[in-house]
Design a protein around this ligand. Sequence first.
Ligand SMILES: C[S@@+](CC[C@H](N)C(=O)[O-])C[C@H]1O[C@@H](n2cnc3c(N)ncnc32)[C@H](O)[C@@H]1O
Length: 249
Amino acid sequence: MTGISYDRATAEQYRLAREVPRAGLAAWQAAIEEAAGLAPGTTVLDVGAGTGGFAAALHDWFGVHVVAVEPAEAMRALIPVVPVTAGGSGIEALDGRADALPVPDGSADAAWLGSVLHHIPDLPAAARELRRALKPGAPVLIRNLFPGRAERDLRVRFFPETAAVVDGYPTVDRVCADFATAGFEPRELAAIPQESAPGLGQYADLLRRDTDTKLRALSDEEFARGMARLRAADPAEPAVSWMDLLVLA
Ligand SMILES: C[S@@+](CC[C@H](N)C(=O)[O-])C[C@H]1O[C@@H](n2cnc3c(N)ncnc32)[C@H](O)[C@@H]1O
């Protein structure tokens, strides 16, 4: 599954509709800190960085040097590049793919793959490339929906037909098996909440079908029914969605 071809307009929409507000990511910050203990000045590869929402968050939270690798030029153009300081923190944005990372061997202390697994055509090749790029023992942090574990995602809650799309994503077992071929072992799997908007009303206002492979897969009728369900819900209910953090090393 590759999904969307990102032009400038779609990339702008992605940034507005899909980047989770920083205030809604507190549980993710804590989970990443516990799983990876990223020290200031260390290097994190953000693979499939999109418009750089997480690249900026990782940089700001942990003072790391984020190498944001993103193949779509329109998405890459929106990554907020920060010059690398003497202390080694900063954000670079580079063209590349999960199976062709533009970095030297053994140069990164961790890798971050956010909502990108299902876009990668050859996971074993990506795992081999990560093995090459990472230092020995460095963790791969994967934030994704997985088949059978997505019922607390807001899109699945209000647009239940999207569960069938998630069923086509790589399973946890598949990912672990593919990464095992490159010497990675699973360390942790946990569901983590995020607050996508202060209320479901604002979440509905921000939703953009074109920025999401799951919503694009729906028929017009399915999408309209889902929007009606969302509009009928309490607009003040916090828009809390859950995704998994899978850590391998
Ligand atoms: C759903 S977006 C996620 C962006 C960002 N990581 C986030 O969490 O907001 C998926 C991104 O993966 C990129 N992508 C697609 N195929 C890829 C590949 N083979 N390797 C790396 N990134 C890829 C897309 O261009 C897109 O920007």
